[in-house]
Design a protein around this ligand. Sequence first.
Ligand code: ARG
Length: 459
Amino acid sequence: SANQMWGGRFAEGPDAIMTAINASIGFDKRLYAQDIAGSRAHAAMLAATGIVTPSDAKAIGEGLLTVLSEIETGQFQFRTDLEDIHMNVENRLKEIIGAPAGRLHTARSRNDQVAVDFRLWVRDQCDAAIAGLTALMRAFVAQAEAGVDWVMPGFTHLQTAQPVTWGHHMMSYVEMFARDRSRFEDARRRMNECPLGAAALAGTGFPIDRQMTAAALGFDRPTANSLDSVSDRDFALEFLAASSICAMHLSRFAEELVIWSSAQFRFVRLSDKWTTGSSIMPQKKNPDAAELLRAKIGRILGATVALFTVMKGLPLTYSKDMQEDKEQVFDAADTLMLGLAAMTGMVGDMTANRDVLAQAAASGFSTATDLADWLVRELGLPFREAHHVTGTLVALAESAGCDLPDLTLEQMQGVHAGIRADVFDVLGVENSVRSRQSYGGTAPDQVRAQIARWKEKLA
Ligand code: ARG
């Protein structure tokens, strides 16, 4: 039989496969709360503007609350033949309140309806991401505080570069996740305009009050162009883009954890709560959560590329292609929130091995730059020459099988006669990190200042 929402001109119902490809209820049921909130705001506005009677609007508003509780208590029967969440809710409303239900869709289309539902949903996810990132930043700050002046190797090319502090390394992620957070804040601010009232695409002849519905749904203002309102999915793309960047950051730290927790590194010990064993190798403690977090970027970036590909080349305004937006965003959002929670737990529960870090910091000629800087500062060598002298000393230590501080003063003077005994002061890693006092540098005092700034902002 023909569809009861739009079947007026149809003699035949859809093919079963058409129903299967067309229906979105299987996933867009997740928008039920937003759909009902949007409809309630719309109904109240229709009454306030005299488009429907107060008694019809009251019946609609109350009926929608009944539908809401039916869904929330699991009594609601979702029907695929009713396509999507919008028609499922409206159909049930009609069963409950009868004729007045038919007035709800006055001055509205599913095009502005889905646009408002989805914006509300994505806006909530921005809030969830902001909260999740705040918790994660706090976990990193706590780690930084616990080992603010613990020395560890800093790497470039994953080769020992210069000693840094554990606190400094932890705080570097706070900066990254703070930028991620601000991306969600920006996206939220930009998306916070209400498309409801754009109707199908051109607006409506009914005397609606878009300011009223926008305010009722917590938007800053109504969207300014009805054609744009029903065809825009930038808000979802921005959410996905911000999610992708954030997932990339999660992936980078996850990779560090995988490396650091290995038997060869032993920089950190991951809690049993965030690791798994092997069914055959009794000694194993595998960093599965970190590995999965390293991988999750694939799904989130995949969703981002998928939606960009859907949207590119779509002529204005609404096309059914856009129904493909939801599953991508749902999956990306679920993945991101789970990832943020998992990383927050894992960071909170991990323990840095101070001694191992200190040993590693002192190996690999990590203070070679300090030595070169000393030659510049104390002996007045041009940096390029100091670099060369230091390189010769590193080669000497390497062939002697020792590190820089293990060379004798005589050996050093054999390379450059001006070198004095006080050079050994700068070859120690503690002095090395303490000397990096430039703003944002690794000196414990600088890191303490970073921590203090963030603790205030995160309080
Ligand atoms: N389920 C649809 C979607 O997600 C709702 C909008 C339908 N609009 C339409 N003109 N068919 O995009």
